[in-house]
Design a protein around this ligand. Structure first.
Ligand code: FAD
Length: 321
């Protein structure tokens, strides 16, 4: 029995390898990216490392055919495939799942093998419920936890490097078939206004949560942010479930960590997973209509009230200043 880990970024290695280790089985890493990534994988505590070297202009997810070939070949015996919750890693995991005939599920928190059965705890419904899945067959799991402090534990201590086996990109379907090579691409990035980059440096950030009833109501938040000269961020459900914001805009343990001078939380409950992302904010202010909301425990200033009344009032006050 073995766990295969797909990694496109060094940050993904530690929690995924630790999850496999805790399950007590052999762990193999498929590193899709630079030589540095493969070297990090070699000392991550994994038993085997395969490296698919990416070309400069080619996004990692474009190597899905090589990953699928591995899943059908050397990785055919893997019982569980794991990948982090990042777009490229998720795409590659999809390819591995199809090739391996594995059921693809999200929200992985912890993994165990009991007898011949895979037992997976995973989070669903935006963190409101943790369910236990028991699978007799193969699983491909998008891992929710990331980084130190999560349920799967910290770094694998005293790890000794293992050899890196390079999987030749030339083995890719499409290469050498007469047409252009799959890596014959050009990439050009254009920064758009709503990026995490603006958020990371912003001195003022207005964060909005499920207290907002509809997407159309975002105008209330936008007007306040404009008056305050603030960036807008959100809680995880608004990005992950409702898709009102791009993923880069949610704050928290699995999202962005920011350090503004002021973080104003509107209609956000203040769960620890969210507040972890604003731990380094100088001042946290909160508006919530529930006087018992957890967010008030983290806030320097709090207003118990309806954000639909308080936010426009704050906007008016700022505009008349
Ligand atoms: C492994 C894991 C990782 C997670 N990572 C993150 C993460 O990185 N970031 C994150 O945000 N979450 C994360 N979560 C989810 C987190 O636990 C919470 O479920 C989520 O943050 C709740 O979002 P919310 O506060 O917007 O919604 P809710 O919990 O629904 O809270 C809405 C709040 O709005 C208030 N409200 C309602 N109406 C109004 C109104 N009219 N005016 C004012 N207030 C109002 C309510 O009183 C309530 O407090 C994670 C969960 C798990 C299990």
């Amino acid at each position: 029995m073995s766990v295969w880990v797909l990694a496109t970024d060094p940050d993904q290695l530690e929690p995924l390898v630790a999850a496999g280790r805790q399950a007590g089985v052999e762990v193999a890493v498929v590193a899709v990216g630079s030589r540095e990534l493969a070297e990090a994988a070699a000392v991550s505590g994994a038993d085997q490392v395969r490296w698919i070297q990416t070309h400069d202009a080619v996004p990692p997810e474009a190597y899905a055919p090589q990953v699928a070939a591995l899943a059908r070949g050397a990785g055919a015996g893997a019982r569980v495939w794991l990948a982090g919750n990042a777009p490229a890693a998720r795409a590659l995991l999809g390819a591995a799942a199809v090739a391996a005939g594995a059921a693809l599920v999200g929200g992985g928190l912890s993994l165990a093998f009991e007898g011949g059965v895979v037992v997976l705890d995973r989070v669903i419904l935006a963190g409101a419920v943790i369910e236990t899945l028991e699978a007799a067959g193969k699983l491909a799991v998008i891992w929710e936890s990331s980084g130190a402090g999560d349920a799967v534990g910290g770094a694998v201590g005293g790890a000794v490097g293992v050899p890196i086996e390079e999987v030749l990109a030339a083995a890719a379907p499409g290469a050498g078939a007469g047409g252009p090579a799959p890596w014959d691409m050009r990439r050009e990035a254009t920064q758009v206004a709503a990026t995490a980059a603006g958020l990371a440096d912003a001195p003022r950030v207005v964060g909005v949560g499920r207290g907002l009833r509809s997407r159309a109501d975002l105008v209330v938040v936008e007007e306040l942010a404009r008056a305050l000269g603030a960036e807008i961020a959100c809680s995880m459900p608004l990005a992950d479930d409702l898709h009102w914001f791009p993923e880069e805009r949610y704050i928290g343990r699995s999202g962005q960590k920011i350090a503004p001078r002021v973080y104003l939380a509107l209609g956000i409950a203040g769960e620890p997973q969210h507040m972890e992302g604003v731990r380094n904010a100088k001042v946290v202010a909160a508006v919530n209509n529930d006087p018992g909301a957890t967010v008030f425990r983290h806030a320097t200033y709090g207003i118990v009230g309806d954000l639909y009344e308080v936010a426009p009032a704050l906007t008016r006050a700022l505009e008349h200043n």
